[in-house]
Design a protein around this ligand. Structure first.
Ligand code: WT7
Length: 693
């Protein structure tokens, strides 16, 4: 398909045959410990390239010249590249003398003899410069708005930090934060940073059982929570889950106190011996609090994430290196202008995106940002667009899954709002399919706003691959290339670069400041997961994604290594098939899982959500199935055609918007559902998904 557009911006229509007739012998199953030889079918990609406007470039933080300079510096003098940036962008109490210590690989240390405080860098230094500048515009679920400026936010953080100290919280101790997206959640995180305590935020949609698991692993002594949370007009309990988690832990509970913020009017169970109301804790506290100096490598936080198997892993981040990644990407990728931008990252603080681009990045650069409590579809699917209009948002960062579901519900809603304040759009979390990209670009960005498709992970702490807005031409679905200083490449198992258009492992070859330091309490698993011996002999950071570079050196992410299917010896990416399906005019969303097959090894099972309200049944469903099979044969080839297609009104997703693939796999395979479905946003969908047409 070739997209043709008007003359108001430059469009390069490229019809490139990518991955042509390659038969790649690639061994991608190292994570499973087995070796499969696979042949990759050639895939034809047709796409347009979109150039950002000269107006954007004229005002951009990074000009082509500056970018070249940065890249050159990183290539020629890697450690001073980072050292100079760390001195320029971070306020140090004691500057470092060593930049990078690589003696105990892969436990790298950055700026190790430097001392700083993260909360000072996020608050005090801006209060000194501009105390009344708005730091946070909080948009509650019901539309109520609360604003705090930098001075007020600092005072809130200090009072809460003093309260924590008063109840005995010590530097290095762990606190679980189990709160809704709120100013208070940011205050709690910043207060921990101020006193050198380590936070571990657990997303409010996790169950009591998951919470208990994380409390135990982190050996946390405190939980900070709220009575309940407001989401989509519903009041959902939080404190009750904490109580239940403690009940599960029984005598083994390491928790000394629970601090409870009163968010709603609901009653909640309260026990005088261990529960403390937030408002009582801060009531008589002074609004200044001395910072605790920490070393650069002091753990700022632990954030649990799922691996391919078993229990969640506690990803441990550093202080200075992490902060540097957050600041630089706010400057380079989000092109932040602190005097004029209203920045909005829609992520919840429970995820890495909410850590880096809600709690730390925007504050560290002194920006004004929106924090949103609600969901994109409440009170209707125009909520995002309404909030952009209401607060004159200029930088908007969200996930493709949100975009796709809003298109499905009502693609015409944005027309009702004034979106002219927008100047930059961002996407994160999964590859964005070209159709959603184009809608985002045209309907939301009005063809004026560059889109940065940012690839990164909980483990990388900040963006790794992205367009540099104003400079890089955009090809929908690709996240362009590494940002300055990130030595990303695509290699085979021996660590050799793979040729353009051939799949391989996405690796980062040199240590970088914002990377994961270890898995909490499990250094062996850290090495095994991210520096596995069977890829380049453990020399590189292995992201766990397969990807390829096109002939123009653009990165295309194919998906997690563990989401790769093997059908009749052909290796296929679930994301690739999904993207092809969503190009079909009737398809809003699709998820591909595999089903065990006697002859082929695995067969492809597709779950499809159609546009509009009606989900096809009976003959209509059969007809559409046939058509989609033909479509896939046309888009990718016969090897990628689904054996079964099931239609439903929506897909099972976590509250952060990730499709629950393992759950779909169990449904496709008619297995009993054993996985935790407590974070499922829409549990009612399960019955429909189980039904054959
Ligand atoms: C995995 C990391 C990074 C914050 C949110 C997710 C996938 C992430 C992209 C993108 C294609 C992407 C990768 C990665 N991913 N961003 N722009 N294009 N895929 O963090 O839960 O740690 O997941 O998300 O597969 O490995 P996470």
């Amino acid at each position: 398909m070739v997209f043709l557009y008007g003359m108001d911006y430059e469009v390069f229509t490229v019809n490139c045959l990518q991955k042509t007739a390659n038969i790649i012998n690639l061994m991608l199953t190292a994570f499973l410990g087995e070796l499969y030889m696979s042949k990759l079918k050639s895939v034809t990609h047709t796409g347009s390239v979109f150039a950002p406007s000269p107006e954007f470039l004229n005002q951009a933080n990074l000009t082509q010249e500056k970018l070249n300079e940065l890249n050159w510096k990183a290539q020629t003098d890697y450690t001073s590249f980072w050292g100079e940036l760390a001195l320029e962008y971070i306020t140090w109490d004691k500057p470092f003398t060593k930049i990078l210590n690589e003696t105990n690989t892969p436990f790298y240390k950055w700026f190790e003899d430097g001392q700083l405080n993260i909360s000072y860098n996020c608050l005090d230094r801006h209060v000194a410069a501009n105390p009344h500048k708005t730091a946070i515009i909080f948009e509650a679920d019901d539309g109520h708005v609360t604003m705090v400026n930098y001075q007020e936010l600092l005072a809130m953080v200090c009072r809460f930090a003093n309260g924590l100290k008063q109840i005995g919280v010590k530097k290095g101790e762990r606190l679980i934060i189990y709160m809704p997206n709120s100013i208070e959640a940011v205050v709690a995180m910043q207060a921990c940073a101020r006193i050198g305590a380590i936070h571990s935020v657990v997303f409010g949609g996790f169950s009591a059982k998951s919470l208990a698991e994380r409390i135990t692993d982190a050996k946390a002594a405190y939980v900070i929570t709220a009575d309940a949370q407001e989401r989509g007009g519903k009041t959902l309990p939080l404190k009750a889950n904490v109580d239940e988690a403690l009940q599960i832990l029984g005598d083994k509970s390491p928790i000394k106190s629970i601090i409870v913020n009163k968010r709603t009017q609901e009653d909640c169970h309260f026990e005088k011996a261990q529960d403390i109301w937030w408002h009582n804790l801060v009531k008589d506290q002074p609004d200044t609090c001395e910072i605790e100096l920490v070393n650069s490598e002091h753990p700022l936080f632990i954030l649990y994430t799922s691996g391919s198997t078993g229990a969640p892993k506690g990803v441990q981040h550093s202080s200075a290196g992490y902060l540097l990644g957050a600041i630089l990407t706010m400057q380079w990728v989000f092109d932040i202008k602190i005097h004029s931008d209203i920045f909005w990252c829609t992520a919840d603080v429970g995820w890495i995106t909410g850590h880096t681009y809600v709690c730390y990045g925007p504050l560290a650069v002194g920006a004004t940002q929106i924090i949103f409590e609600g969901i994109p579809t409440y009170p209707n699917a125009g909520r995002f667009w309404q909030v952009i209009d209401k607060h004159k948002v200029s930088i908007f960062y969200t996930a493709p899954t949100a975009i796709r579901s809003l298109i499905k519900i009502d693609a015409s809603l944005p027309k009702q709002f004034d979106l002219t304040s927008l100047r930059l759009l961002g996407s994160v979390g999964e590859p964005i399919n070209p159709e959603a990209w184009l809608w985002y670009y045209e309907v939301i960005g009005k063809k004026r706003c560059p889109i940065v498709d940012t690839w990164w992970q909980t483990e990388t702490g900040s963006h790794m691959l992205s367009q540099i807005p104003g400079i890089d031409k955009m090809k929908p679905g690709s996240c362009s290339g590494p940002i300055p200083g990130i030595m990303a490449d695509i290699v085979d198992e021996s660590g050799n670069l793979v040729k353009p258009n051939n799949n391989g492992y996405l690796v980062i070859k040199r240590p970088f400041p914002s990377q994961i330091r270890t898995i909490w309490n499990n250094p062996e698993l850290f090495i095994k997961s991210y520096f596995p011996k069977y890829i380049a002999n453990g020399k590189y950071y292995v992201a766990g994604d397969s990807a390829y570079l096109d002939s123009e050196e653009r990165f295309w992410i194919l998906g997690r290594i563990d989401d790769v299917l093997n059908v009749s010896g052909h290796r296929l990416s679930t994301m690739e098939i999904e993207s092809a399906l969503t190009l079909h005019p009737q398809v809003a969303e699709a998820a591909i899982v595999s089903k065990l097959h006697d002859i082929k090894g695995e067969s492809i099972f597709a779950f499809v959500v159609c546009k509009g309200t009606a989900c096809p049944v009976g003959d209509k469903a059969h007809e559409l199935s046939k058509e989609l099979v033909k479509w896939i044969i046309k888009e990718i080839g016969p090897i990628a055609k689904p054996d079964e297609i099931r239609f439903s009104n929506s897909l099972p997703k976590t509250r952060s918007g990730k499709i629950m693939r393992r759950l779909l796999r169990s449904i496709a395979r008619n297995e009993e559902i054993t996985q935790d479905i407590s974070t499922l946003e829409n549990p009612a969908i399960l019955e429909q998904l189980k039904k054959e047409v």
